[in-house]
Write a protein that binds this ligand. Structure first.
Ligand code: S3P
Length: 170
């Protein structure tokens, strides 16, 4: 069964996903990277040229595609939960986890990176807090929740594996 990692920007979906895929012998798919490859431009360029709605449509199409493929670890973009159908489709077909972290942890992780269009304007911490509180209910709908504060990427991956194996056996 595929593993899908959701969660806010900077919660470690990509790093954890790579480790999990390696441990399970599954392929790793980073949805943002697939969208960028296919579009031939970065997420920021897609947002600027075609708008966020267009990006959300590309994400929506990719969800269906990935649900039909076996043995994947999928790192989603942080906004995948905005369309409830994405979460429903993933939950129906995959083991879906939400990685959580405090705004301060996220700020620290994203502070040096400039590739997230939703955090580029104005006060980063304020943007993180307001987007996070707007999405709190949506992230809460994901069946498996992991608190990543103070944990290494390896520890988060190990926790997820434990839960994944427990669910497969149980
Ligand atoms: C977004 C998160 C980003 C990327 C895009 C929008 C969001 O992915 O998909 O910038 O709406 O939260 P990461 O969560 O990998 O940063």
């Amino acid at each position: 069964m595929n593993i899908v990692l959701t969660g806010f920007m900077g919660t470690g979906k990509t790093s954890v996903g790579r480790l999990l895929a390696k441990a399970l012998g599954f392929d790793f798919v980073d949805m943002d990277a697939v969208i960028e490859d296919r579009a031939g431009r970065s997420i920021s360029e897609i947002f600027a040229a075609e708008g966020e709605d267009h990006f959300r449509k590309l994400e929506r199409g990719l969800v269906g595609e990935l649900c039909a493929r076996p043995r994947l670890v999928i790192a989603t973009g942080g906004g995948i939960v905005l369309d409830p159908r994405n979460v429903e489709d993933f939950v129906e077909n995959c083991f879906v986890v939400c990685l959580n972290a405090d705004p301060a942890t996220i700020l620290e992780r994203v502070a040096r990176e400039g590739h997230r269009p939703l955090l580029e304007c104005g006060d980063k911490e304020g943007r993180i807090r307001s987007i996070m509180s707007r999405r709190a209910d949506m992230y809460a709908r994901v069946p498996h929740q992991i608190d990543t504060d103070g944990l290494s990427v390896e520890q988060v991956a190990a926790d997820i594996l434990l839960e994944y194996n427990r669910c497969r056996i149980g």
